[in-house]
Every structure is written in structure tokens, then in C-alpha cells.
Design a protein around this ligand. Sequence first.
Ligand code: ADP
Length: 246
Amino acid sequence: MSFFSRATPAAPAPASTTDPETLPADALISLRNLEKSYAHGTTRTWVLRRVAIDIKDGEFVSIMGPSGAGKSTLLHIVGMHDSAWTGDYYFGGQPVHRLGPKDRARLHKQHIGFVFQSYHLLDHLTVYENLDVPLSYRDIRKSERDSMVCDILDRFNIVGKKDLYPNQLSGGQQQLVAVARAVIANPKVVLADEPTGNLHSSQGREIMELFKKLNDAGTTIIQVTHSETNAGYGSRVIELKDGWVV
Ligand code: ADP
């Protein structure tokens, strides 16, 4: 098992080298000297090298670059799914690199929604039940949860689908439900990993227009994409190559 395997306990937090006072005041996310590598016997493969990025609250950023450049890895670190990295990560001024697993999970649940290329809906739950899942992790009364689910079904124009299971929906409809699930608890940031990768172009366009609307309403969006068209919906591209920000 590699040193960085998720199954091993979190390594002690590395000494922070960044003075938070030097970070831009309007940054929601600041990464400094962020690195990730995998050990293979005596050798080590670097996946992210000295990444330094600031993302402002309300930005719509696209991460681009060749396959294997480290894009998904970076997105999963920002999404706090992955804690096996070194360097400094500030989210809303909080030093994520110093937080333990419980506090990271709290921050993640409260502020981050994630959209995957292959939707990742729960197949044994209906659309309604899938949308209720992120709310069930929070301290919200059932009646309030019901009204939040009804509200999002309405906003996303999928009321008629609420009792269907994911395999009864088209790919585009499943991704619509996945985006609804990501935003139902009003996260500050939506992270999307190739969100239109499995969709026909018209379905993809619908998802990107939805992201644009969410962004116009104030949600920060960070997407990984290979598509120049999709990147065109955002305001900035961060390019990665061999783990380095180009
Ligand atoms: P991208 O999203 O840009 O295609 P990824 O972030 O998925 O790239 O992967 C970056 C690099 O990390 C790739 O070279 C991949 O082979 C490597 N990688 C991912 N997981 C592992 C692992 N468990 N062990 C070793 N290398 C890995």
C-alpha cells in the first residue's frame, strides 16, 4: 500500500509556510505550494507540483490540460475528498491543511457541491430521495427538507420525474438531477468533473447554461473540461500540464 493511500491515517499536517495575511482578501480558495505524489517502491511520481492558485468568490473557472495532467486530482483535493497532499489550502480564510477529518467533512458538506461525469446518483433511490440525501446529513427538520426538495424540483423543471429511478431517466436528465443534488443545500462552490463528458451536445449545452445561471446568481463554479465550448461559459481558464500550472 502506498504512503499516500486513502486507507492510511492522515499524515501529520505539514508546517505551513504561507502567511495568510499575504493572500488576496477576495479569494474564496487559495492554494500555495500544493503537492501530491504517489510512491512506487523507492520511486515517487508527482501528480501536482507547487500549485499556487487563487479563486475568487463568484468566479467561474475551468481547469484544462491534457489527460493525466492532474486536473481531477486537483478538483478532488479542492473538494476535500482527498486529504493525502501537502502544502497550504485556505477555504474562506480557514486553513484546510490544519483541519482534522471531522472539520474538513463539515466544511465540505456545508459549502461544496460536487458533480461527476457519470452522475453518481444512487440507483436504488428515486429522484426525490436522491435530492433529499445531502439534506439528510444536516440538522434540518423533515418538513423543511420536503419543501427544499419540492423547490429544487420546481426550479429545475423536473417535478414530473420525482418518483422515477435514475435508470428511468436519460443521461441529460440524470445530470440535471445530479446538479440539483449538488446545489440543493446552497453551497458556495460547485465543483464539476467533466460534467458533460457523457452527454449529447444539446444536453451538454443545457447543463452548461444551468451552471452559467447558478454562477450569475453568485455560486462559484470550478469545472474540469476538455471542451473549449464549455470553457467559454466561464471567465477564466487554469491550465495544468504534468502537474504544474502553466
Ligand atoms: P487528469 O484528470 O488530468 O486526466 P488525474 O488527476 O486523473 O489526471 O491523474 C493525474 C496523474 O495521477 C495520472 O498520471 C495518473 O496516472 C496518476 N494517478 C492517479 N491515481 C494514481 C494512483 N493511485 N497511483 C499512481 N498514480 C496515480
